[in-house]
Design a protein around this ligand. Structure first.
Ligand SMILES: [Cu+2]
Length: 322
């Protein structure tokens, strides 16, 4: 673990030096300026994100307002993306890699080793600024080969895009490189959210309220966050759309969705379930949209929250053939 951290640090130092060296190359600098200029005039209202292994391949700068993300999971693991708005623009890479991540890394390792007291002590080292992070949505969990389409409303600021699913060894995807700073500038897109066909209201006390009858083909869901509170896993509530096989053991899914379980959110995801996106955590009063093509089958809308079933933070439905 420590050796690996040193290796990661050395790799980062090498990358930094390499980039610094590149910057002295005037042709390269010109290329960068041309690229930035091209990006300046981009619409920004439709943004692709691609994950091929453990990275977010997308733009560094986005515009505020409504933006539709097409998150293409071309890797072999389940992921998501979440937009964490940082409380300060002065938070830099070392704040994340040297302070935030080690606290989560140590805490998770202790949970896997069944040392809950040590785990809580490690989580106690999470920097205090992390309490002031605001979430502005993202995708729900998305299976390999699938694309999650999410429309969210961004306010200007510095963000960290992240995925905290876990690798097969229990380490966070964030610690494997699945995070990225993104600057959202104060220039709203002209984009408007799509026309919703279904509405899901998410409340910590009432659970999900959803009366829709999704059908085959394209369905657009609007997700209203009535409130947002930390649950036993210190995180809030969200919406994931999951297709499940006949006779699937739903308890397996609910257990897996709790990151505090040593096997929770850990690769491999349970079979018999296909993750089709959804809407990641938003602040109270915020709204997000997601779009999905449905085929006949069994589906569940479910929150990545401990005891989601007991809290009403789930809703099953069936899509029948036309
Ligand atoms: Cu991931």
């Amino acid at each position: 673990m420590r050796i690996k951290s040193v290796f990661v640090l050395m790799s980062m130092l090498f990358t930094t030096l390499f980039l610094a060296n590149c910057k002295s190359d005037s042709k390269h600098q010109k290329d960068i300026e041309t690229k930035e200029k091209t990006e300046d005039v981009k619409d920004y209202s439709q943004v692709d994100i691609i994950t091929r292994a453990m990275e977010f391949e997308t733009l560094d700068t986005l515009r505020s307002g409504w933006t539709t993300f097409h998150y293409k999971n071309r890797s072999g693991e389940v992921h998501f993306f979440l937009m964490d708005k940082l409380p300060s623009d002065s938070i830099v890479t070392s704040d994340i890699t040297d302070h935030l991540m080690p606290a989560f890394d140590d805490g998770m390792r202790y949970l896997i080793e069944e040392k809950p007291d040590s785990a809580m002590a490690a989580f106690g080292n999470i920097p205090t600024w992390f309490n002031d992070v605001k979430r502005y949505g993202g995708s729900g969990l998305i299976s390999p080969g699938k694309t999650a389409v999410s429309t969210i409303h961004l306010v200007p600021g510095k963000y960290m895009m992240e995925c905290y699913v876990k690798a097969i060894n229990g380490e966070w995807h964030t610690s494997h490189g699945m995070w990225k700073f993104i600057t959202v500038v104060d220039e709203p897109t002209n984009h408007t959210p799509p026309s919703a066909m279904h509405t899901v209201s998410v409340s910590s006390t009432e659970g999900y309220t959803f009366e829709g009858t999704p059908t085959t083909g394209k369905n657009i869901f609007k997700v209203d966050f009535i409130d947002q509170v930390p649950h036993e896993h210190f995180s809030g509530q969200d919406v994931n759309l999951v297709r499940y096989d006949d006779g699937a053991d739903m308890a397996t899914l609910y257990e897996w969705l709790n990151w505090m379980n040593p096997e929770g959110l850990r690769t491999p995801a349970p079979n018999q379930f296909v993750f089709l996106g959804g809407m990641n955590n938003c602040e109270a009063g915020e709204t997000g949209y997601f779009e999905v093509d449905l085929e006949p089958g069994n589906y569940v809308l479910v929150s990545e929250t401990p005891n989601a079933d007991k809290k009403g933070l789930l809703k099953t439905f069936e899509v029948v053939a036309d």
